[in-house]
Design a protein around this ligand. Sequence first.
Ligand code: MN
Length: 227
Amino acid sequence: MARAESKDLLAEYKARRDFAKTPEPKAKREKAKGNSFVIQKHAATRTHFDFRLEKDGVLKSWAVTKGPSLDPSQKRLAVRTEDHPLEYGGFEGVIPKGEYGGGPVMIWDRGTWEPIGDPDEGLAKGDLKFRLHGDRLNGDFVLVRMKKDRTGGKRENWLLIKKRDEYAGDGSEPTEDFDTSVKSGRSMDQILTGDSAVWTSKKAQKKTPTRRKSAGTAKPRRKPAAR
Ligand code: MN
Protein backbone atom coordinates (compact mmCIF):
# COMPACT_ATOMS: atom_id res chain seq x y z
CA MET A 1 0.00 0.00 0.00
CA ALA A 2 1.24 3.49 -0.84
CA ARG A 3 2.08 5.60 2.14
CA ALA A 4 -1.13 7.28 3.22
CA GLU A 5 0.74 10.49 4.03
CA SER A 6 1.88 11.00 0.46
CA LYS A 7 -1.62 11.02 -1.02
CA ASP A 8 -4.27 13.70 -0.91
CA LEU A 9 -6.76 11.58 0.95
CA LEU A 10 -9.41 14.27 0.66
CA ALA A 11 -9.17 14.84 -3.11
CA GLU A 12 -12.35 12.92 -3.83
CA TYR A 13 -14.19 14.58 -0.94
CA LYS A 14 -13.22 17.97 -2.39
CA ALA A 15 -14.10 17.05 -5.97
CA ARG A 16 -17.61 15.98 -5.06
CA ARG A 17 -18.64 19.17 -3.30
CA ASP A 18 -19.24 22.84 -4.02
CA PHE A 19 -18.36 24.56 -0.76
CA ALA A 20 -20.11 27.73 -1.87
CA LYS A 21 -23.35 25.77 -1.72
CA THR A 22 -23.00 23.18 1.02
CA PRO A 23 -22.48 23.90 4.72
CA GLU A 24 -20.28 20.81 5.02
CA PRO A 25 -16.71 21.31 6.30
CA LYS A 26 -13.97 22.14 3.82
CA ALA A 27 -11.42 19.49 2.91
CA LYS A 28 -8.79 20.11 5.54
CA ARG A 29 -6.40 17.37 6.55
CA GLU A 30 -5.56 17.44 10.26
CA LYS A 31 -2.26 16.53 11.80
CA ALA A 32 -3.83 15.60 15.09
CA LYS A 33 -3.91 11.89 15.67
CA GLY A 34 -6.95 10.82 17.60
CA ASN A 35 -9.22 7.83 17.67
CA SER A 36 -12.69 9.25 17.32
CA PHE A 37 -15.56 7.61 15.53
CA VAL A 38 -18.89 8.99 14.43
CA ILE A 39 -22.03 7.56 12.90
CA GLN A 40 -24.16 10.03 10.96
CA LYS A 41 -27.71 9.24 9.95
CA HIS A 42 -28.10 10.73 6.50
CA ALA A 43 -31.41 11.05 4.70
CA ALA A 44 -30.12 11.47 1.17
CA THR A 45 -31.79 9.75 -1.79
CA ARG A 46 -31.96 6.78 0.55
CA THR A 47 -31.53 6.98 4.30
CA HIS A 48 -28.32 5.35 5.44
CA PHE A 49 -25.82 5.54 8.27
CA ASP A 50 -22.37 6.91 7.53
CA PHE A 51 -19.85 5.10 9.68
CA ARG A 52 -16.56 6.94 10.12
CA LEU A 53 -13.35 5.97 11.90
CA GLU A 54 -10.58 8.51 12.46
CA LYS A 55 -7.29 7.38 10.98
CA ASP A 56 -4.29 9.13 9.39
CA GLY A 57 -5.84 12.56 10.05
CA VAL A 58 -9.06 11.83 8.16
CA LEU A 59 -12.28 9.91 8.70
CA LYS A 60 -12.28 6.54 6.92
CA SER A 61 -15.89 6.16 5.80
CA TRP A 62 -18.49 3.58 4.92
CA ALA A 63 -22.17 4.06 4.13
CA VAL A 64 -24.09 1.39 6.01
CA THR A 65 -27.35 1.11 4.12
CA LYS A 66 -29.41 -0.53 6.86
CA GLY A 67 -27.39 0.83 9.75
CA PRO A 68 -25.27 -1.01 12.29
CA SER A 69 -26.77 -3.96 14.15
CA LEU A 70 -25.88 -5.46 17.53
CA ASP A 71 -27.09 -8.85 16.33
CA PRO A 72 -24.04 -10.93 15.29
CA SER A 73 -26.13 -12.83 12.75
CA GLN A 74 -26.70 -9.59 10.80
CA LYS A 75 -24.14 -8.74 8.16
CA ARG A 76 -24.74 -5.16 7.15
CA LEU A 77 -23.64 -3.91 3.76
CA ALA A 78 -21.14 -1.09 4.24
CA VAL A 79 -20.15 0.66 1.02
CA ARG A 80 -16.77 2.32 1.29
CA THR A 81 -17.00 6.03 0.57
CA GLU A 82 -14.42 8.77 0.25
CA ASP A 83 -12.32 9.82 3.23
CA HIS A 84 -13.85 12.78 5.04
CA PRO A 85 -12.12 15.58 6.97
CA LEU A 86 -12.01 15.17 10.74
CA GLU A 87 -14.18 18.23 11.17
CA TYR A 88 -16.98 16.35 9.45
CA GLY A 89 -17.42 14.34 12.64
CA GLY A 90 -19.03 17.40 14.21
CA PHE A 91 -21.31 18.12 11.29
CA GLU A 92 -25.03 18.01 11.81
CA GLY A 93 -27.28 19.97 9.52
CA VAL A 94 -28.78 20.05 6.08
CA ILE A 95 -26.97 19.54 2.79
CA PRO A 96 -28.98 21.58 0.27
CA LYS A 97 -31.20 19.84 -2.24
CA GLY A 98 -29.43 19.28 -5.52
CA GLU A 99 -26.00 19.11 -3.90
CA TYR A 100 -24.08 15.87 -3.46
CA GLY A 101 -25.82 13.93 -0.68
CA GLY A 102 -28.57 16.53 -0.30
CA GLY A 103 -30.64 15.98 2.84
CA PRO A 104 -30.38 16.19 6.63
CA VAL A 105 -27.42 14.74 8.53
CA MET A 106 -27.73 13.71 12.18
CA ILE A 107 -24.94 12.78 14.57
CA TRP A 108 -26.42 9.47 15.61
CA ASP A 109 -23.49 8.18 17.67
CA ARG A 110 -19.95 9.19 18.52
CA GLY A 111 -17.09 8.18 20.73
CA THR A 112 -13.73 6.52 20.37
CA TRP A 113 -12.52 3.34 18.70
CA GLU A 114 -9.54 1.08 19.17
CA PRO A 115 -8.19 -1.24 16.53
CA ILE A 116 -7.83 -4.91 17.38
CA GLY A 117 -4.61 -5.87 15.63
CA ASP A 118 -2.83 -3.69 13.07
CA PRO A 119 -5.40 -1.33 11.49
CA ASP A 120 -3.26 -0.65 8.37
CA GLU A 121 -3.04 -4.33 7.72
CA GLY A 122 -6.73 -4.75 8.48
CA LEU A 123 -7.72 -2.05 5.99
CA ALA A 124 -5.37 -3.40 3.32
CA LYS A 125 -6.49 -6.98 3.80
CA GLY A 126 -10.13 -6.05 4.07
CA ASP A 127 -10.51 -7.44 7.58
CA LEU A 128 -10.61 -4.57 10.07
CA LYS A 129 -11.35 -5.56 13.65
CA PHE A 130 -12.04 -2.90 16.25
CA ARG A 131 -13.78 -1.99 19.49
CA LEU A 132 -16.19 0.93 19.83
CA HIS A 133 -16.74 3.08 22.88
CA GLY A 134 -19.77 5.16 21.91
CA ASP A 135 -22.88 6.57 23.52
CA ARG A 136 -25.00 3.95 21.79
CA LEU A 137 -22.66 1.41 20.23
CA ASN A 138 -20.08 -0.49 22.22
CA GLY A 139 -18.09 -3.64 21.90
CA ASP A 140 -16.30 -5.47 19.13
CA PHE A 141 -17.07 -5.27 15.43
CA VAL A 142 -15.43 -6.31 12.21
CA LEU A 143 -15.53 -4.76 8.75
CA VAL A 144 -14.89 -7.35 6.04
CA ARG A 145 -14.33 -6.43 2.41
CA MET A 146 -16.24 -8.51 -0.10
CA LYS A 147 -14.72 -9.75 -3.32
CA LYS A 148 -15.03 -7.21 -6.10
CA ASP A 149 -17.96 -7.88 -8.34
CA ARG A 150 -17.42 -8.36 -12.05
CA THR A 151 -19.31 -5.23 -13.01
CA GLY A 152 -16.22 -3.35 -11.92
CA GLY A 153 -18.07 -1.00 -9.64
CA LYS A 154 -15.91 1.79 -8.28
CA ARG A 155 -17.17 1.36 -4.76
CA GLU A 156 -15.92 -1.36 -2.46
CA ASN A 157 -18.54 -3.37 -0.67
CA TRP A 158 -17.76 -4.35 2.90
CA LEU A 159 -19.83 -6.01 5.61
CA LEU A 160 -20.17 -4.61 9.13
CA ILE A 161 -20.65 -7.40 11.64
CA LYS A 162 -21.00 -7.38 15.43
CA LYS A 163 -18.86 -9.85 17.32
CA ARG A 164 -20.33 -11.84 20.18
CA ASP A 165 -19.67 -10.06 23.47
CA GLU A 166 -21.66 -8.59 26.33
CA TYR A 167 -22.96 -5.79 24.05
CA ALA A 168 -24.30 -8.14 21.39
CA GLY A 169 -27.95 -9.13 21.36
CA ASP A 170 -30.08 -11.25 19.08
CA GLY A 171 -32.51 -8.95 17.31
CA SER A 172 -30.91 -5.87 18.85
CA GLU A 173 -31.31 -2.99 16.42
CA PRO A 174 -30.08 0.27 17.93
CA THR A 175 -31.09 2.27 14.86
CA GLU A 176 -34.70 1.38 15.67
CA ASP A 177 -34.26 2.11 19.38
CA PHE A 178 -32.69 5.54 18.90
CA ASP A 179 -33.89 8.07 16.37
CA THR A 180 -32.55 11.33 17.76
CA SER A 181 -29.19 13.07 17.63
CA VAL A 182 -26.68 12.28 20.40
CA LYS A 183 -25.41 15.81 19.90
CA SER A 184 -28.57 17.91 19.91
CA GLY A 185 -31.41 15.56 20.80
CA ARG A 186 -33.15 16.52 17.56
CA SER A 187 -35.07 14.22 15.23
CA MET A 188 -34.35 14.15 11.49
CA ASP A 189 -37.44 16.32 10.93
CA GLN A 190 -36.24 18.86 13.44
CA ILE A 191 -32.84 18.96 11.77
CA LEU A 192 -34.51 19.36 8.38
CA THR A 193 -37.04 22.02 9.30
CA GLY A 194 -35.59 23.64 12.36
CA ASP A 195 -32.57 25.77 13.01
CA SER A 196 -29.86 24.21 10.90
CA ALA A 197 -27.16 26.41 12.38
CA VAL A 198 -26.56 24.37 15.52
CA TRP A 199 -23.43 23.18 13.81
CA THR A 200 -21.04 25.83 12.57
CA SER A 201 -17.43 25.57 11.59
CA LYS A 202 -14.85 26.65 14.15
CA LYS A 203 -14.15 29.71 12.05
CA ALA A 204 -17.79 30.67 11.90
CA GLN A 205 -18.17 30.13 15.63
CA LYS A 206 -15.43 32.66 16.28
CA LYS A 207 -17.06 35.20 14.03
CA THR A 208 -20.59 34.68 15.27
CA PRO A 209 -20.63 33.39 18.82
CA THR A 210 -24.40 33.61 18.99
CA ARG A 211 -26.53 31.01 17.34
CA ARG A 212 -28.28 32.13 14.20
CA LYS A 213 -32.03 32.01 14.29
CA SER A 214 -34.19 31.83 11.25
CA ALA A 215 -36.75 34.56 11.79
CA GLY A 216 -40.31 33.46 12.26
CA THR A 217 -39.73 29.81 11.56
CA ALA A 218 -38.64 28.70 15.01
CA LYS A 219 -40.56 25.64 16.01
CA PRO A 220 -41.12 24.42 19.54
CA ARG A 221 -38.67 21.66 20.12
CA ARG A 222 -39.81 18.39 21.45
CA LYS A 223 -37.95 17.12 24.45
CA PRO A 224 -35.20 14.72 23.47
CA ALA A 225 -36.31 11.18 24.00
CA ALA A 226 -35.30 10.00 27.45
CA ARG A 227 -34.21 6.59 26.29
MN1 MN B 1 -24.03 9.73 3.42
